[in-house]
Design a protein around this ligand. Sequence first.
Ligand SMILES: Nc1ncnc2c1ncn2[C@@H]1O[C@H](COP(=O)(O)OP(=O)(O)O)[C@@H](O)[C@H]1O
Ligand SMILES: [Mg+2]
Length: 263
Amino acid sequence: MGMGGAMNDTISTNSGSSGPQTLDPRPQTPGPPLLTVTDLHKHYHIGGQDLHVLRGVDITVGQGEWVAVLGSSGSGKSTLLHLIGGLDRPERGSVTFDRRDIFKLPGAAIDRYRNRHVGFVFQSYHLLPEMTALENVLTGAMIRSSILGWPARRGEAKRRAIELLKRVGLGERMKHRPSKLSGGERQRVAIARALVNEPDVLLADEPTGNLDTETGKQIMALITELHQQGQTIVMVTHDQQIAAAADRRLWLHDGALTEGLAS
Ligand SMILES: Nc1ncnc2c1ncn2[C@@H]1O[C@H](COP(=O)(O)OP(=O)(O)O)[C@@H](O)[C@H]1O
Ligand SMILES: [Mg+2]
């Protein structure tokens, strides 16, 4: 949509040369920080053992930026993403969104953050099996609304859900239940659901982890397109090829993040 096929893919080095400006619609440098993670610590206590999973994680995510967090299985990637999305609480540290620490917000405000400002995509889709694709996308909008406010919002939410399902290529599958959809189609429904409240940040946890290579590539193409349209994304993955599409790669190792390449 609006993206010419002959787009210049080269990233300008901004070296002061008098060459032509790149046609890439994305800004050359990330926008102002949208999300800041500072000194995040997370322990799990299980069977008398203390597992110190995150040991002082710091990240700054700029407006419009796509950050990939890489790490081996068990390194704490999902834990980190859940904390960023306000699904869990750390023992120490902060996640600052819009200049406020989400863990210091009152309960209703952290719910609002989770429901309106972030959208989640999980490896295993997490769709409701008894609902159609359209109803699954609508649940995202319903969660955001108060029970009393929902009847008034439903029509608009439905229009948006339909538009999103068309955008992810499922215009002909809206009445299908998840069991009648392929893995790639299920993940497209999950992406549409994550976007229904126009979140500031899309949080994706191994979004292609359950898909074959070809289907995974299609999902990555969709995520890339969303990013080109301005969506800020934090994605975690163990797969370097998947992470290569992001603007920036961070490595989670021994509970801390390092920028760029690691072994
Ligand atoms: N709710 C939990 N209770 C106890 N241990 C957990 C819990 N969630 C995750 N862990 C442990 O924390 C570590 C990091 O898990 P996770 O964040 O899921 O890693 P990743 O997503 O990188 O594979 C693992 O050793 C895992 O077993
Ligand atoms: Mg995980």
